[in-house]
Write a protein that binds this ligand. Structure first.
Ligand SMILES: Nc1ncnc2c1ncn2[C@@H]1O[C@H](COP(=O)(O)OP(=O)(O)OP(=O)(O)O)[C@@H](O)[C@H]1O
Ligand SMILES: [Mg+2]
Length: 145
């Protein structure tokens, strides 16, 4: 399955994410690809919104942030991981991310997943962002499995 959207505002990008979150199967990892300021964190905020998370900020300096989820029958925690600053596979593995994505109680969202390309879980969405101007973003959502 592949869907292409054109978003003309950050609110619209959040809304696209919000809609995806509502019909998301549990145990699916979300991988967000795209240049700096392409909209990956904005999209994650939309996912968070659907899960009752009001204030989600970029994890860049901390690498990973986690948020409790209280409005979903299965998902209990959203993990937001930003691999931008990590270079080695071993550094990434040290975050125990395989353990995180293996539990349906967790929703794992990864920015800069290309840093972990060969090791990503099979059950995932690959979402590509491309800036077409100051406020326009092309968003391609591809279900990997
Ligand atoms: N249509 C749009 N969708 C998403 N963001 C938009 C859009 N139009 C403008 N923006 C702006 O672009 C910026 C996107 O920033 P965001 O932090 O989401 O990017 P990012 O892909 O996470 O970057 P980084 O790799 O640095 O973490 C925000 O300032 C946002 O307001
Ligand atoms: Mg970001």
């Amino acid at each position: 399955m592949e869907n292409t959207f054109v978003s003309t505002s950050f609110e619209e990008t959040r809304e696209i994410a919000n809609n995806l979150a509502k019909k998301l199967e549990t145990g699916t990892t979300i991988c967000l690809y795209g240049e700096l300021a392409a909209g990956k964190t904005t999209f994650t905020q939309g996912l968070g919104h659907a899960l009752g998370i009001q204030r989600l900020v970029s994890p860049t300096f901390l690498i990973m942030r986690q948020y409790p989820v209280t409005n979903h029958p299965v998902i209990k925690t959203l993990f937001h991981l930003d691999l931008y600053r990590l270079d080695s596979i071993d550094d990434i593995k040290a975050f125990d991310i395989e353990e995180i994505w293996s539990s349906p109680e967790n929703l794992l969202v990864i920015e800069w997943p290309e840093k972990f390309a060969k090791n990503l879980p099979k059950k995932r969405f690959d979402i590509h962002f491309k800036a077409n101007g100051e406020n326009e973003r092309q968003i391609i959502i591809h279900k990997h499995k």
